[in-house]
Design a protein around this ligand. Sequence first.
Ligand code: HEC
Length: 137
Amino acid sequence: MRLFTFCVCFAFLGACGDDDDTPRMDGGADALVNGCPSHEDPIAMPGDDVDGDTYETFAAPFLERFCTRCHSSTLEGDFARGGAPEGLDWDLEAEVRENAEYLRYVIGVSNEMPPIGTRPSCDERRRFVRWVDVGAP
Ligand code: HEC
């Protein structure tokens, strides 16, 4: 069900891109979605220099700052989780790695998470995307 929503979103965004044949006025920068660039395409490749970012030094603290207030294995029930679906727990490294592309999407393509509260800057979103694109070291 969730995967389905995810795929539909991708198909929809893809279709919009293809229909749009007006020249880009922004020098090729990604379109803004929810106030930040939407990084549909990879912005880095495995092996690229990412300033030493790893799960421990960057991704975990990022998720801790912006996500685990709702998405945590230590929280139970809709109220405590702020409505975040059970089983989507970003305090668990294995869960994060398994869902890395999904997190990349909501953080740096649809820019929809977190829904409320402290939101990452556009640069911080981009940095998370880059971490996933180089293979989530
Ligand atoms: C204030 C609580 C809250 C925070 C903080 C939060 N989320 Fe969520 N998250 C939700 C709720 C509520 C839903 C289910 C509703 C929805 O899908 O929009 C959700 C759904 C999701 C989903 C499933 C999306 C879908 O469309 O089914 C993902 C993936 C996700 N969140 C990732 C994140 C990430 C990554 C962060 C941090 C950058 C984050 N969330 C921060 C509340 C939160």
